[in-house]
Ligand binder design. Structure first.
Ligand code: NAI
Length: 504
């Protein structure tokens, strides 16, 4: 099979739901003759009629021409029996997410389509290896995992199972490109790339909520302050807690109950209570008619303050954060000392310390100590978590927040939890991505592209790693591991090796 052999071939889309109709649309736009089939009588025709309406709306908005609309629709033929699709050279399946049903469909298709017809499944969570097992030609089955909404989301995970022919995966990769997508190769393992690496984004926020370290508003503000489009709480509310919980549970189960993926009691309680998020009117936030719909205003009212009075100020450590602190002090005309050989980064103010988190709690470090989160974003006024040692004086509590505010952050006080909010979340996202690379699920570039395009992260995990350095991330994880004891925060061997290489 040549890599461009699927261009413009006759295509069968099975399943005319949300995903199937989106796939039919982009394939038709790319010039394929598309046959659309659904097991429920009338469903394919209804889906085509809905598509026509949504394309009409795009024409009205000037985003689509009448000619393009007519051509796209004329290329989609709804069929009422699979036997009518014998000419298909490619099948994309987007039916119910059940292994036995998908497997049964592909078995049936093998007796209808030609032997060189490629079979692709849009499964979001089922093993491609398992779907292919028992087929007469399992090498031609591949995962083609689109994201919702299909016409807008650029990412396609091209998922290879144990028996997938590399030439088939390569052909689907090229075809996805031709459809204007950004394909990424993935090995069929639980959650593939995006649904696996994204787990800690939710899990760390849920863990902090369970410890009552901060409110959903503060946690969301801190994550948005780091450049994420939505905080984890508002995002889980949008996805739906039932869906999010079931994906986490499936990944946990599929990994033989690895503690790293343990679902959260906080989320299970929301599901049990029917607090499913936006769709049920209430999740972490209340979306009922008349209630506040936009949430997480923390950080929105930033007013930079003057630098607090102090006798002796010293900037400790080197790197971007130390430079930023020094620059701000210099711009304000404040005299300060530098200790570039210090083993910590931050400000020393009349003997008290305001330190960039190294993963440890402030109380573990000393008396007049406050720790602040990893400032991922440069923008002035971005929300930043901080915590004070339980042994810090009241004066230092107040002063630490004033210093952070004067340094251009919107300080968000949280309880003294290790790794605060952003550092522990980044550490776990990077760690999960490192393990995925270690296990051959994807490349570092693939993971970065997948997370930016599949879930709109502001950067990829390996881009963050380059910014923070392996030793920093390993330090955060080790501190979390020491604090919590257990499997959850164990360092990926890939990351540990990388740290050793960088230190050498
Ligand atoms: P959906 O429920 O909107 O549509 C599924 C369609 O398949 C229905 O119209 C149903 O009548 C039809 N169907 C069920 N069994 C069938 C069979 N044996 N033969 C033919 N048609 C059959 O589901 P949706 O959301 O479009 O999902 C479809 C697939 O795409 C699932 O595997 C899902 O995991 C995956 N997916 C879904 C995403 C999403 O955000 N909804 C994102 C990425 C993948």
């Amino acid at each position: 099979m040549t890599t461009n052999s699927l261009h413009a071939v006759p295509l069968l889309v099975v399943g005319a739901g949300v995903m199937g109709v989106g796939i039919a649309q982009i394939a038709a736009q790319a010039g394929h003759a598309v046959m659309l089939y659904d097991a429920r009588e009338g469903a394919a025709a209804e889906a085509k009629a809905r598509l026509a309406k949504s394309l009409e709306a795009l024409v009205t908005k000037g985003k689509f021409t009448v000619q393009d609309m007519a051509q796209t629709l004329s290329r989609i033929e709804t069929i009422t029996s699979l036997e009518a699709a014998a000419t298909a050279r490619l099948v994309v399946e987007a039916i119910v997410e059940k292994l036995d049903v998908k497997h049964g469909l592909f078995k049936q298709l093998e007796s209808i389509v030609a032997v060189d017809c490629v079979l692709a499944s849009n499964t979001s969570s089922i093993s491609v290896t398992a779907i292919a097992n028992g087929l007469r030609h399992p090498g031609r089955l591949v995962g083609m995992h689109f994201f919702n909404p299909v016409p807008l989301m650029k990412l396609v995970e091209v998922v290879s199972g144990l028996q997938t022919d590399p030439a088939v995966a390569a052909a689907i990769f090229e075809l996805s490109r031709a459809w204007g997508k950004v394909p990424v190769h993935a090995r069929s393992t639980p959650g593939f790339i995006v649904n696996r690496i994204a787990r800690p984004y939710y899990a760390e926020t849920l863990a902090l909520l369970q410890e009552q370290a901060a409110t959903p508003e503060v946690l969301d503000a801190c994550l948005r302050g780091a450049g994420f489009r939505m905080g984890a709480c508002e995002l889980m509310d949008l996805i739906g807690h039932d869906t999010n919980f079931s994906v986490t549970s499936a990944v946990y189960e599929a990994n033989f109950y690895d503690k790293r993926f343990t679902p959260s009691l906080v989320q299970r309680e929301l599901v049990d209570g029917g607090f499913l998020g936006r769709k049920s009117g209430r999740g972490f936030y209340d979306y009922a008619e008349g209630s506040l719909k936009t949430v997480s205003t923390a950080g929105a009212t930033f007013v930079p303050g003057p630098l607090p009075a102090a006798q002796v100020v010293c900037v400790h450590g080197v790197g971007l954060v130390a430079e930023r602190l020094g620059r701000t002090l210099a711009q304000a005309g404040r005299a300060f000392a530098r200790d570039e050989r210090s083993d910590w980064i931050g400000l020393e103010v009349d003997g008290a310390q305001l330190r960039l988190t190294d993963g440890r709690c402030a109380s573990q470090i000393g008396f007049d100590v406050a720790v602040f989160d990893w400032p991922l974003s440069d923008s002035v006024g971005s929300a930043l978590a901080w915590a004070a040692s339980s042994r810090a004086s009241e004066d230092w509590h107040a002063a630490a927040a004033s210093w952070l505010q004067a340094l251009g952050f919107s300080p968000q006080r949280v309880l003294d939890a290790p790794g605060l909010v952003v550092a522990r979340t980044l550490a776990m996202l990077i760690n999960e991505a490192a393990d995925a690379v270690l296990q051959g699920v994807c490349t570092t570039e693939g993971a970065d592209a997948a997370m930016k395009l599949g879930v709109n992260y502001p950067a990829g995990p390996f881009e963050w790693l380059a910014q923070c350095k392996s030793s920093t991330v390993v330090g955060w994880l080790d501190a979390l591991d020491v604090h919590y004891r257990g499997e959850r925060y164990r360092v990926s061997p890939w990351l540990r090796q990388r740290d050793w290489q960088e230190a050498a």
